[in-house]
Design a protein around this ligand. Structure first.
Ligand code: NAD
Ligand code: DAU
Length: 355
């Protein structure tokens, strides 16, 4: 069996679906089901005997230790996190709880479990920590992309909490020999993406006739990776990565936010034309995110060189599939836009004035 933390979230649920389509192994999903956790993402596995779910907080040491003792996993893949930068600006406390204390708890429990394993299982056990490119800070327009040796310089409470967890993972390998793997990935997009993040927010606001909020001048750059490519990369790292190493994962798709939003509007104009005008007419420039990082870009050559991984999707193919998925899944959209989601929109966008 493998353990997945945060498997009801965007990337975790894509990963579980991807993993079970390729491997015949039991998976235990440990998820607290915060606002971002959505069991509907995995409803296609309702009758799959290989899938198991426990609702638990990763910072609850007793419960996590009991799960290790009961199921004796061969690996743990740690996706669970508070993941939204804007929420970390409003309320950083939860980010410290989950991303720092929760990751620490998992490492401690995994270390004790691993220490007592027989030699063969001890050798093959893996703790795979899923992290982000945001730990490296921000790039200037002509800086080289982030590599695995770029110094850490996190700028938001979110990225600082992820950087703290990366350092703990590194220390547990260096000090105790725990066979860890760390992946630092760029911006994901695709099915099941919670609509607080730019791409799903813009698709759904566009269809609702609402403003498409662009922070600041919209010229910030992100490096977009289709989520199924991220899943493939993680599978490769789990199978063949070297313990103690980190691997950067990126899509080689640097785009400004304006380019992304224009692309989404143009696809929707084709697939779901408005009675008059273009979805671009709904674009609204709003107050910038405090401390907003200007540019992220990932150098993913280590992963390609050592493990032969390359993304399969281009931005054009991935974004077309993504828009199609949101149009084809109105029930999923309805379910995630609960009262809690509406309160978030009010807090984040209610007071922002157009510039
Ligand atoms: P998400 O917010 O969609 O999902 C997070 C999941 O973790 C949810 O199911 C939530 O219920 C669960 N969770 C939160 N706190 C928990 C706790 N204390 N105990 C147990 N479960 C808890 O996040 P995501 O976008 O799927 O990101 C997954 C991981 O990938 C995160 O570690 C994130 O930092 C990293 N990452 C995300 C991106 C991206 O673009 N989304 C890019 C790079 C790295
Ligand atoms: O780089 C990896 C990171 O990507 C992950 O570690 C995070 O978990 C994930 O949330 C994502 O962070 P970003 O802050 O880059 O994603 P977000 O979708 O929130 O924003 C993408 C860009 O769009 C960013 O420059 C901010 C901007 N933006 C975002 C929103 C929500 C807007 O202009 N308007 C918006 O309404």
């Amino acid at each position: 069996m493998i353990f997945i933390t945060g498997g009801a979230g965007f990337i975790g649920s894509n990963f579980i679906l991807d993993y079970l389509s390729a491997h015949n192994e039991h998976v235990l999903n440990i998820d607290k089901l915060t606002y971002a956790g959505n069991p509907f993402n995995l409803s296609s596995l309702d009758n799959d005997a290989r899938y198991h779910f426990v609702q638990a907080d990763i910072a609850d040491r007793e419960t996590i230790a009991a799960l290790f003792a009961q199921h004796r996993p061969r690996a743990i893949l740690h996706f669970a996190a508070e993941s939204h930068v804007d929420r970390s600006i409003h309320s950083p406390g939860e980010f410290i709880h989950t991303n720092v204390n929760g990751s620490f708890t998992l490492l401690e429990v995994a270390r004790h479990y691993w220490c007592d394993l027989p030699p063969v299982e001890k050798e093959s056990f893996r703790f795979l920590h899923v992290s982000t490119d945001e730990v490296y800070g921000t790039l200037g327009p002509s800086d080289p992309p982030f590599s695995e040796t770029t110094p850490y310089a996190p700028n938001s409470p979110y990225s600082a909490s992820k950087a703290a967890s990366d350092h703990l993972v590194r220390a547990y390998h260096h000090t105790y020999g725990l066979p860890t793997l760390t992946t630092n990935c760029s911006n994901n997009y695709g099915p099941y993406h919670f609509p607080e993040k730019l791409i799903p927010l813009v698709i759904l606001n566009a269809l609702d006739g609402k403003p498409l909020p662009i922070y600041g001048d919209g010229r910030q750059i992100r490096d977009w990776l289709f989520v199924s490519d991220h899943c493939t990369a993680i599978r490769e790292v789990l199978a063949r990565g070297t313990p103690g190493e980190t691997y950067n994962i990126g899509g080689w798709n640097e785009k400004t936010n304006l380019e992304v939003v224009h692309t989404l509007c143009d696809i929707l104009d084709r697939l779901k034309p408005k009675t008059a005008g273009s979805y671009r007419d709904q674009i609204a420039f709003v107050q910038d995110r405090p401390g907003h990082d200007r540019r992220y870009a990932i150098d993913a050559r280590k992963l390609e060189r050592e493990l032969g991984w390359k993304p399969a999707e281009t931005f054009e193919s991935g974004i077309a599939k993504t828009v199609r998925w949101y149009l084809d899944n109105p029930q999923w959209v309805l379910n995630v836009r609960s009262g809690g989601y509406l309160k978030w929109l009010e807090l984040q966008y209610g007071r922002k004035e157009n510039t």
